[in-house]
Design a protein around this ligand. Structure first.
Ligand code: ADP
Length: 559
C-alpha cells in the first residue's frame, strides 16, 4: 500500500496488485475484528477458574501440551488473524507484567468486545465507546484500590502468602498438591527476596524437573540442581567443602583449526604430538589443583582422553553445563566465571558445602546437586511427576504461584477472587455512570466531532453512559464464566450474588465454585493481588480500544 498525491495535493491510496487484496472498511472492519477477538476469548472462557477445563495442544512435530494457562494456550495455538494475535499478546503482556490472570484478562477483553459490538449496532461511534470504556476502567481501577486490603506477612509468618498462592494453584491441574507447592513457591521467593527493597529476582529461582516419582516428591533445594553428571563414572559422587572452578573456556589442549595443516608422517611425530598435548593438559589440571579447585565445572566439553586423565589426577569435572546454569552456580557459590584459563585464581573459586550426584530411575539418569552454597540466594525447585506433560504444566503453574508471591512482596494489597471484585466493580461502575462528572464534558466534545459513518442517536447525552454501563456488564463475564464452568446456572447465580453484595454491602461475595456452602471469598481465603487485577482491567481496556479504532483492514487475499 502506498500513499500518493495528485497534482492538486490531494492524497490517495494506491493498493498494489489490488485484485490480490481484500479490504474491509468502517463498521464491517470493526465487526470482523470484534468477531476474531471474541473467538479467541471464547476458547479460553471454559478454562477459567478452579473448575476450568484444560486444553490439549499438539505441535506440528507431535509434542503434546495439556494446560489451562491462558498465555500458554494462546502462545501454542497457531493464530494467523492479526486481531487474534493482539489477544495473544494481551495474555502474554499480563504474563510478563504480573504472571497470573492470563485467562481472566482475555475473557474480560472478549466481553468488552461483545458489549462494544452491541453498541456499534445501535449506531454509536466507536470512539465514544472507547471513551466510555476508558472512563469506566478508571472508575473500576480506583474502586479496586478502595476495596483492597493490606495483608500482613513476614518471613516468620508466611501463611497469608501461602494462602494466596493456593488460590492461584487451585485452578490448575496440580491442585491436588496445592498446599505443598504453594509452600515451596513462597519459601523459594522469600529465599531470593530482598524484603527491605521489596524486590524479588525470580531469575535466581531455577525450576528443574525430572520424570518419575510423584508430584508430592517435588522439593525445594537451597542450592542448584543441574541436569548433568560427573564426566567419568569413576569420579567421586560426593564432594564435601567443594572449591569449584567455573570455566567458560575450553578445558583441553588447543586443537588445530581446519585451516591449519599438520603433517605427521612417522610414528615418532605422532607420539611427540600426543605427549605434547598430554603435557599441556597435565599442566592445565595442575593449574586447577594449584589454585585449590576440587571440582571443575565447564561450559565446554573435553575428549575422552582428557576425561581419563582428569579421573587419574583425581580432579572431578562436569562438562557441557549451560550458560544460564553456570551463571546461577557462580551466584550461588560466590565464585567467578573464568573466561580465560590463565585467569584462574584461588579467589575466583566458588564454594559449596556439598556437591553430590544423585541417580534416578533404572536408567543412567543422574543429576548434580550443589548445596550449602556460600551465597544461599539461589534456589532450585525440583519437580517430580509421572510424565513430561505433568512436569511442564507444574512448571507453568509454579511460575504463576511464584509471580503471585513476588507481586505481594512488591505490593501487599489484595482483593478477593471468585468473581467478587468484578461484581463489586460492576456495581461501582454502574452507579458512577449516572453521576459521572465527565459526561457533560464528553457531550460538548461529542457535538464537535464528525461522525459521518455513524448515526448519532438523538439522546447523545447518554451515549458515553451507555458505554460505561456496557463496561459494567462486561465485568460480569468473569463471574458468569466461573459459575458456568462450575456447573452452576450462570445468570441466576450472578443475580443472587450481586443482590447479596448490594444488600449486605459486602464486596467479598463471589461465586462458590467449589461448593463449599458459603460464598464469602474472604472466609474461603480466595485472594488475588490488587496489582494483578488492576493490570487485567487496564490491559483489556487498552486492547479493546485499539481494536475499536481500526476502521480499515487491508490484507492479502487468499487467492
Ligand atoms: P487465570 O489464568 O486468569 O489466573 P485461572 O484459571 O487461574 O485463570 O482462574 C482464576 C480465577 O478463578 C480468578 O478469578 C479466581 O478468583 C478464581 N478462583 C480461583 N480459585 C477459586 C475458588 N476456590 N473459588 C472461587 N473462585 C476461584
Amino acid at each position: 500500500m502506498a500513499l500518493a498525491f495528485d497534482e492538486f495535493g490531494r492524497p490517495f491510496i494506491i493498493l498494489r496488485e489490488q485484485e490480490k487484496k481484500t479490504r474491509l472498511r468502517g463498521l464491517d472492519a470493526q465487526k470482523a475484528n470484534i468477531a476474531a477477538g471474541k473467538a479467541v476469548a471464547r476458547i479460553l472462557r471454559t478454562s477459567l477458574g478452579p473448575k476450568g477445563m484444560d486444553k490439549m495442544l499438539q505441535s506440528p512435530d507431535g509434542d503434546v501440551t495439556i494446560t489451562n494457562d491462558g498465555a500458554t494456550i494462546l502462545e501454542q495455538m497457531d493464530v494467523d488473524n492479526q486481531i487474534a494475535k493482539l489477544m495473544v499478546e494481551l495474555s502474554c503482556s499480563q504474563d510478563y507484567e504480573i504472571g497470573d490472570g492470563t485467562t481472566g484478562v482475555v475473557v474480560m477483553a472478549g466481553a468488552l468486545l461483545e458489549q462494544a459490538e452491541k453498541l456499534l449496532e445501535r449506531g454509536i461511534h466507536p470512539l465514544r465507546v472507547a471513551e466510555g470504556y476508558e472512563m469506566a476502567s478508571r472508575i473500576a481501577f480506583d474502586h479496586l484500590e478502595r476495596i483492597s486490603q493490606k495483608f500482613e506477612f513476614s518471613a516468620d509468618n508466611i501463611e497469608p502468602l501461602v494462602q494466596t498462592c493456593m488460590t492461584t494453584l487451585s485452578s490448575k491441574i496440580v491442585n491436588r498438591c496445592k498446599r505443598a507447592l504453594a509452600e515451596i513457591a513462597v519459601k523459594a521467593v522469600l529465599a531470593v527476596a530482598d524484603l527491605e527493597r521489596k524486590d524479588v529476582n525470580l531469575d535466581l529461582i531455577k525450576v528443574e524437573g525430572k520424570v518419575g516419582g510423584k508430584l508430592e516428591d517435588t522439593e525445594l533445594i537451597y542450592g542448584i540442581v543441574v541436569d548433568k553428571d560427573m564426566s567419568h563414572p569413576q569420579m567421586p559422587k560426593r564432594i564435601e567443602d567443594a572449591k569449584i572452578a567455573i570455566l567458560t573456556c575450553p578445558f583441553e589442549p588447543p586443537k588445530p583449526k581446519t585451516k591449519h595443516k599438520v603433517d605427521i608422517d612417522t610414528v615418532q611425530k605422532f607420539q611427540t604430538l600426543r605427549d605434547q598435548e598430554q603435557k599441556y593438559f597435565d599442566e592445565m589440571v595442575q593449574k586447577c589443583k594449584d589454585v585449590g579447585a576440587t571440582l571443575v565445572i565447564c561450559q565446554w566439553g573435553f575428549d575422552d582422553e582428557a576425561n581419563h586423565l582428569l579421573m587419574h589426577r583425581n580432579l572431578p569435572a562436569v562438562r557441557w553445563v549451560g550458560g544460564v546454569e553456570l551463571e546461577l552456580i557462580a551466584i550461588a557459590t560466590g565464585g567467578r566465571i573464568v573466561p580465560r584459563f590463565q585467569e584462574l585464581s584461588p579467589e575466583k573459586l566458588g564454594k559449596a558445602g556439598l556437591v553430590r550426584e544423585k541417580s534416578f530411575g533404572t536408567t543412567k539418569d543422574r543429576m548434580l546437586y550443589i548445596e550449602q552454597c556460600a551465597n544461599s540466594r539461589a534456589v532450585t525447585i525440583f519437580i517430580r511427576g509421572g510424565n513430561k506433560m505433568m512436569i511442564e504444566e507444574t512448571k507453568r503453574s509454579l511460575h504463576d504461584a511464584l509471580c503471585v508471591a513476588r507481586n505481594l512482596i512488591r505490593n501487599n494489597s489484595i482483593v478477593y477472587g471468585g468473581g467478587s471484585v468484578e461484581i463489586s466493580c460492576s456495581i461501582a461502575v454502574e452507579t458512577a455512570a449516572d453521576r459521572h462528572p465527565g459526561v457533560e464534558q464528553v457531550f460538548v466534545d461529542f457535538g464537535a466531532c464528525s461522525c459521518k459513518n455513524y448515526a448519532i442517536p438523538s439522546d447523545c447525552f447518554f451515549v458515553v453512559q451507555y458505554a460505561i454501563r456496557s463496561f459494567a456488564d462486561a465485568l460480569e463475564a468473569v463471574p458468569l464464566a466461573l459459575a458456568e464452568n462450575s456447573g452452576l446456572p450462570p445468570i441466576d447465580t450472578l443475580t443472587a450474588v450481586k443482590a447479596q453484595q448490594v444488600k449486605e454491602s459486602n464486596p467479598h461475595c463471589g461465586i462458590d465454585c467449589n461448593d463449599v456452602g458459603m460464598n464469602d471469598m474472604k472466609e474461603q481465603n480466595v485472594f488475588e493481588t490488587l496489582i494483578g487485577k488492576q493490570q487485567q482491567i487496564l490491559l483489556a481496556t487498552q486492547v479493546v480500544k485499539m481494536i475499536l479504532k481500526i476502521d480499515d483492514v487491508i490484507s492479502p487475499s487468499e487467492y
